[in-house]
Ligand binder design. Structure first.
Ligand SMILES: Nc1ncnc2c1ncn2[C@@H]1O[C@H](COP(=O)(O)OP(=O)(O)OP(=O)(O)O)[C@@H](O)[C@H]1O
Ligand SMILES: [Mg+2]
Length: 330
């Protein structure tokens, strides 16, 4: 495969720290300091939704810090055996780099046994030899005692200015004609999708070297946002409604009640979307509602989502309880 027919997000994976969009200026200052020093003083946990730059940052750091391949190890299977076998790697001194690095992607998928091994045997004991760089989409799934062994940086893609600058650089490199105001508006609306998705949208909508935004806004919607907005809209409908029969219907047969449109849309979104970022759904509902019983429920369900086998069923249970909390009051 040549560079020309790669997807843009792969082609433009940051090679240098200058190409990386930081979410937060404090992260930027911190990382630049470590780059100057040649190592991370501890272990690093990078968390956030898909495509916000966790692996990209890890990769820039590894390229800068690792001087010989033998000073680096990427965990592949996360099996108990693979974690056990790390022992000899983390114990020995680095060959040429200041510190060795172990990259552990999707750390939330580690088994309890592996977490115990890491926590009790490796993370602190061998800090002077080895830095663990871990990534996750689900920081809330990680046991607090384990998490405190890391310096935690969480990303949300909120640096609109930085994202816009990066997109402009890519479009210019690709010789794409675009309208700057449209680009700004697009990124303001969609930055939460993460840079990977944003770059892909720019690529698929750049036809004959011209970026055409006319299809973008209808084409994409963020499933988590759809669920959040429809849930909030259900609450609003409920607060306004004073029809007793409808309230019954809402609990017993929501699809033929006054919330049928929003409820149907939520079910459909859940059915057709994979890998929804449920932490975000509960967190935003928590933030966007002022109704205390719902805040309380959202916080509780957010806490529990990590141990649920089927998070969508967990969400429907939340929806039921939150609807009931409004009906009970009004
Ligand atoms: N903060 C960023 N700065 C520059 N480029 C980025 C950034 N975030 C994402 N990208 C672009 O998107 C691509 C994918 O990003 P990356 O692989 O780092 O995402 P991720 O956060 O690890 O996602 P996942 O949770 O799916 O593993 C990168 O190769 C890069 O082109
Ligand atoms: Mg990644």
């Amino acid at each position: 495969m040549t560079l020309a027919n790669l997807s843009w997000f792969a082609k433009y994976q940051p090679q240098k720290i200058e190409e990386y969009v930081f979410d937060d200026p404090t992260h930027e200052a911190q990382i630049n300091l470590w780059l100057k020093e040649g190592s991370v003083p501890g272990n690093l946990l990078l968390s956030g939704p898909p495509g916000t730059g966790k692996s990209a940052l890890a990769s820039v750091l590894i390229h800068n810090f690792i001087k010989v391949p033998n000073d680096f190890k990427k965990i592949k299977s996360r099996s108990v055996q693979e974690i056990d076998e790390l022992q000899s790697f983390v114990k020995s001194r680095p060959i040429q780099s200041k510190k060795k690095i172990v990259l552990l992607e999707e750390i939330d998928k580690l088994s309890a046994t592996s977490i115990t091994t890491l926590k009790d045997a490796y993370l602190e004991l061998y800090q002077s030899n080895t830095t663990f760089i871990a990534t996750t989409n689900y920081p809330n799934k990680i046991e607090p005692a384990f998490k405190t062994r890391f310096i935690h940086m969480s990303f949300s893609g909120k640096n609109i200015e930085g994202v816009t600058r990066r997109c402009k650089d890519i479009l210019i490199s690709e010789n794409i004609v675009f309208n700057e105001d449209d680009l700004k508006k697009f990124i303001e609306n969609k930055h939460k999708l993460g840079l990977r998705n944003i770059i892909t949208l720019l690529q698929v909508n750049s036809i004959n070297n011209k970026l055409d935004f006319s299809n973008i806004n209808q084409e994409i919607s963020n499933s988590e946002d759809d669920i959040i907005n429809n849930t909030l809209s259900i609450y609003e409908t409920l607060i306004k409604s004073n029809n007793i029969n409808d309230k019954r219907l809402i609990l017993f047969n929501p699809l033929s009640s006054s919330i049928s449109a929003q409820y149907g849309f939520i079910l459909q979104t859940i059915q057709f979307s994979q890998d929804l970022y449920w932490d975000n759904v509960f967190m935003e509902i928590y933030e966007k509602t002022s109704f205390l019983p719902i805040k309380h429920l959202a916080a509780r369900y957010l806490d529990e989502v990590e141990i649920k086998k089927i998070p969508s069923v967990h969400f429907i249970a939340f929806l039921y309880e939150s609807i009931k909390s409004i009906i009970d009051l009004y």
